[in-house]
Design a protein around this ligand. Structure first.
Ligand code: G3H
Ligand code: 13P
Ligand code: ZN
Length: 312
C-alpha cells in the first residue's frame, strides 16, 4: 500500500486501547531496523523526520528511503511525518514534498499565536490531504535548536484544549504531562511519574480525539551501561517507565514518540563493536549489529509497550 495518513491508524488505536510508535529516522539503517520490526510484528508505524534530520540527510534522501521501506513492506501502513515543524514554510515544504502528516510546533508561542500558526498550517495541509499535529504545553529537554530548561517547561492546561482544537482544526494534539526530550528525563533518585490526572482531564474534554506523547524514550539501562562500559559517559540517564507508557496507550494517547532509545541502541552497539574489534574498519560490519539491535528494541516496544503488534 502507498504511504498513508494517520487518520485510520489513530481511529483504530483509540478504539483498541493501543498506540502507534512514531520513530525518528535519519539514515538507512534506522529506517530498515524500524520497518523490519514492524513487518515482522504486523504493526502500523509512523516514520518521522525532524528539521535536523532534513538538514543532515536531505529531504530527498529521507523520502526515498521511506519510499523504499513502503515498497519493501507493502503489508504495513506507514505514515511519513514532519516532527517539530518550526514554521509554516517547513510544513509547506514537507506537504509539497510527499509527507502525509506534519507537526507544527507552536508550543513555545503565546496561546493566540500558537492558534494562528497552527490554523494556517491546517488549512494548507487539509487542502492537500495531509493531517496536522499541534502542541499545547512545553516539554523540557533538548530538540534540534530548542533547549527548554525544566523551569521553562509547563504542563498542558486542560481548560485550553477544546478551544485550541476547535479553533485550529488540528487532527491530533501533543500534550505535556511530564515527559521530556533526550536521555535525562528525571533526576536520579526521584520517582518518575507522568501526570495521568492531566491526561484524564484532557481525554474528558476531547472525547475520541487522538493525543500524542513526545519525549517517550524509556532509556534502556542495558544500553546506557553498554555505552558507559565501552568508553562513553552518560551518568544518570533515565527515561519514562514502560508501564506508564503502556497505561497512556490504553487511554487517549494514540502516538508515542521515540528517538533517543534508537540513538542509545545504535551508539551502545557500535561502541561495543569497536572495543571488541579494534582492527575492523568496514562500516557494514558495525552497522549490521546496530541495525539488528534497533530492530530488536523496536519489536519489544511494539509488543510490550505500545500494543500495536498485529494491528496492520
Ligand atoms: O524531539 C526531537 C527529536 O528527538 C529529534 O531530534 O531535532 O536532534 O533530530 P533532532
Ligand atoms: P525522546 O527524546 O524521548 O526519544 O523523544 C523523541 C521525540 O519526542 C521526538 O519528537
Ligand atoms: Zn518531540
Amino acid at each position: 500500500m502507498p504511504l498513508v495518513t494517520t487518520t485510520e491508524m489513530f481511529k483504530k488505536a483509540y478504539e483498541g486501547g493501543y498506540a502507534i510508535g512514531a520513530f525518528n529516522v535519519n539514515n538507512m539503517e534506522i529506517v530498515q531496523g524500524i520497518t523490519e520490526a514492524c513487518a515482522e510484528t504486523r504493526s502500523p508505524v509512523i516514520l518521522q523526520v525532524s528539521k535536523g534530520a532534513r538538514a543532515y540527510a536531505n529531504h530527498t534522501y529521507l523520502t526515498k528511503l521511506v519510499e523504499a521501506a513502503v515498497i519493501e513492506n507493502p503489508e504495513i501502513p506507514i505514515a511519513l511525518h514532519l516532527d517539530h515543524g518550526p514554521d509554516f514554510e517547513t510544513c509547506k515544504s514537507c506537504i509539497d514534498g510527499g509527507f502525509t502528516s506534519v507537526m507544527i510546533d507552536g508550543s513555545s508561542l503565546p496561546f493566540e499565536e500558537n492558534v494562528k500558526l497552527a490554523k494556517r498550517v491546517v488549512e494548507y495541509a487539509h487542502d492537500h490531504g495531509v493531517v496536522v499535529e499541534a502542541e499545547l504545553g512545553t516539554l523540557a529537554g533538548i530538540e534540534d535548536e530548542v533547549n527548554v530548561s525544566a523551569e521553562d517547561s509547563s504542563y498542558t492546561r486542560p481548560e485550553e484544549v477544546e478551544e485550541f482544537v476547535t479553533r485550529t482544526g488540528c487532527d491530533s494534539l501533543a500534550i505535556a504531562i511530564g515527559t521530556s526530550h533526550g536521555a535525562y528525563k528525571f533526576k536520579p533518585g526521584t520517582k518518575p511519574q507522568l501526570r495521568f490526572d492531566i491526561l484524564k482531564e484532557v481525554e474528558k474534554r476531547l472525547p475520541g480525539f487522538p493525543i500524542v506523547l513526545h519525549g517517550s524514550s524509556s532509556v534502556p539501562q542495558e544500553y546506557v551501561e553498554m555505552i558507559n562500559t565501552y568508553g562513553g559517559a552518560m551518568p544518570g540517564a533515565i527515561g519514562v517507565p514502560e508501564d506508564q507508557l503502556r497505561e497512556a496507550a490504553r487511554m487517549a494517547v494514540c502516538k508515542i514518540n521515540i528517538d533517543s532509545d534508537l540513538r542509545l541502541a545504535m551508539t551502545g552497539t557500535i561502541r561495543k563493536y569497536f572495543a571488541e574489534h579494534p582492527d575492523h574498519f568496514d562500516p557494514r560490519q558495525y552497522l549490521k549489529p546496530a541495525r539488528a539491535n534497533i530492530k530488536a528494541m523496536v519489536m519489544h516496544k511494539l509488543i510490550d509497550v505500545l500494543g500495536c503488534n498485529g494491528k496492520a
